[in-house]
Design a protein around this ligand. Structure first.
Ligand code: HPA
Ligand code: ZN
Length: 340
């Protein structure tokens, strides 16, 4: 742990978040509030009981609770309140830009219209830009445990809202659901000018990262920590500086690594990879982006330069236009210069 950095330094540092599932920011307090408001029965008696249940053995054990928790989200205002709460949290952490995933199929399959979901999230993003100065992009994820045909239907349903969505992603249960299965959907998404990303190499093998790059033509890999098992893949990711949106606390909670000390984030930085630090599902994994920076800094003894690179990569790898990207990179450099 570098002594020339502190918790308050990390908190005040301008940064971007590039890997956050908005449904994974549903804190138990809001879950209870929405359950009451919407008359949805929960199988927990208290907020504390919900938190106690967040003891996961792998990705699937988390996903089961994640899909259960989001049953309280029914109305446009619920999606607004969810997104608003996340944005207020990250505003206090000086997150200047965020790229948010949402899982429309997890809602439309429960009878909640696509428009209800996207309109509530969008309204909160517009308000946050005006009121909190946080810029944002929205990325629509396909649930890979469902079929490619269902993903294609979802893509077509989203087209009236095309202007609100910057790209598409791929999430949910990874192993057994390779990226290549979704090639046609991603081809069509790119024809509409959507950018592409995909979760790969979280629990799945390096081969899934190759497929995300070659079949889905992704701009970034979400997680990607298993890339280190394949030297040729590391070389490709390094050469092309393909960003990896790594989520340290998530990886520990879902037992991808036994502890934060065992995480390979520092190793990947040392290999010259374009690594970023993100929260994934902050309400479930014990922290927002700051807590992830803090855990990585403390647990892996990151240098001041390593922390700088993580923050710089977060802006560089974002889908922002050139002008705001440069303004935020300058803000970061000014921050480091004035805290030396
Ligand atoms: N992995 C895959 N799917 C997800 C995750 C994750 O960490 N969080 C929410 N959906
Ligand atoms: Zn994720």
């Amino acid at each position: 742990m570098s002594p020339d950095i502190s918790e308050t330094f990390i908190q005040g540092m301008p940064k971007a978040e590039l890997h956050i599932h908005i449904e994974g920011s549903l804190e138990p307090e809001l879950m209870f509030e929405l359950a009451g408001r919407n008359g949805v029965a929960l199988r927990y008696a208290s907020v504390e009981e919900v938190r106690r249940a967040y003891d996961f053995s792998d990705l699937q054990s988390f996903l089961d609770l994640y899909y259960e928790g989001m049953r309280v989200l029914l109305h446009e205002q619920d999606f607004y309140d969810l997104t608003r709460a996340y944005l207020q949290r990250i505003s206090a952490q000086n997150v200047r830009h965020t790229e948010i995933f949402f899982d429309p199929q997890a809602h439309t399959d429960r009878g909640v219209p696509f428009e209800t979901v996207v309109a509530g999230i969008r309204r909160a993003l517009v308000d946050a830009e005006q009121q909190l100065g946080i810029s944002s992009k929205l990325i629509m994820c396909f649930l890979r445990h469902l079929s490619a045909e269902r993903a294609m239907e979802t893509l077509r349903t989203s087209l009236p809202y095309r202007e609100w969505i910057v790209g598409v992603g791929l999430d949910s249960s990874e192993v057994g659901h390779p990226p290549e299965d979704f090639k046609a959907v991603f081809d069509e998404a790119r024809e509409h000018g959507l950018l592409t990303v995909a979760h790969a190499g979280e629990e799945g093998p390096p081969e899934y990262i190759w497929q995300a790059l070659d079949d889905l033509k992704v701009s970034r890999i979400d997680h990607g920590v298993r890339c280190v098992e394949d030297p040729k893949l590391v070389e490709r990711l390094r050469e092309e500086q393909i960003p990896l949106t790594v989520c340290p606390l998530s990886n520990v909670k879902l037992r991808v690594f036994d502890s934060i000390q065992d995480h390979n984030l520092k190793r990947m930085l040392d290999l010259g990879l374009c690594v970023t630090a993100n929260s994934d599902d902050p309400a479930y994994f014990g922290g927002y982006v700051d807590e992830n920076f803090h855990a990585a800094w403390e647990g892996l003894h990151l240098s001041r330069d390593a922390v700088y690179r993580l923050a710089k990569n977060s802006f560089w790898a974002s889908f922002l236009g050139a002008e705001r990207k440069q303004r935020l990179l300058n803000e970061l450099d000014d921050y480091f210069a004035s805290h030396s």
